[in-house]
Design a protein around this ligand. Structure first.
Ligand SMILES: Nc1ncnc2c1ncn2[C@@H]1O[C@H](COP(=O)(O)OP(=O)(O)OP(=O)(O)O)[C@@H](O)[C@H]1O
Ligand SMILES: [Mg+2]
Length: 137
């Protein structure tokens, strides 16, 4: 199951919409892909967007296989894939490195990952609202 919770009045972000949506699609796609192969029918992916002042946080949480601590340190480098993947879903290990690179080049852009084997994965993507949006509110 997948759910998305977001406020309706999100602030504007100065971004490359094409690159940013590809980055988001990879992170959400990972959550669906790895959770689906591990849990099948009881897999859950939850996307929650919150704002705090000019900060916008998007959390993508799943109840999939999680990531081993040693793997977690290396993720984000090109061609690095986890070593503990049930049913080895297809992929080459580029999507997350791409997503991190894109997000970190946006204003206030940061990516944080929390995960433990067997406990799912939670990725939080932070962006800063555009100054023009702040001025108009
Ligand atoms: N939500 C997740 N749950 C479990 N493991 C994950 C999750 N997201 C990423 N990973 C681990 O991080 C690795 C790197 O992710 P990345 O998106 O770069 O590669 P990929 O999905 O395997 O391949 P590609 O995105 O290039 O098709 C994955 O191979 C997987 O081991
Ligand atoms: Mg991927």
């Amino acid at each position: 199951m997948m759910s998305i919770e977001t406020p309706l009045d999100l602030p504007l972000v100065l971004c490359d919409a094409n690159l940013l949506s590809r980055a988001l699609l990879n992170i959400i796609g990972n959550a669906i892909k790895f959770t689906g192969t591990a849990r099948e029918s009881d897999g859950r992916v939850r996307v929650v967007v919150t704002t705090d002042g000019d900060q916008i946080a998007t959390t993508i949480a799943d109840n999939g296989p999680g990531i081993a601590p040693a793997d977690l340190e290396r993720l984000g480098q090109p061609f690095v894939r986890g070593t503990e993947m049930p049913n080895a879903p297809a992929g080459v290990g580029l999507g997350f490195a791409f997503a991190r690179g894109v997000i970190e080049q946006h204003p206030g852009g940061a990516l944080a990952m929390r995960s433990a084997l067997g406990a799912g994965t939670e990725i939080t993507l932070r962006l800063r609202a555009a100054a023009c949006d702040r001025a108009s509110r």
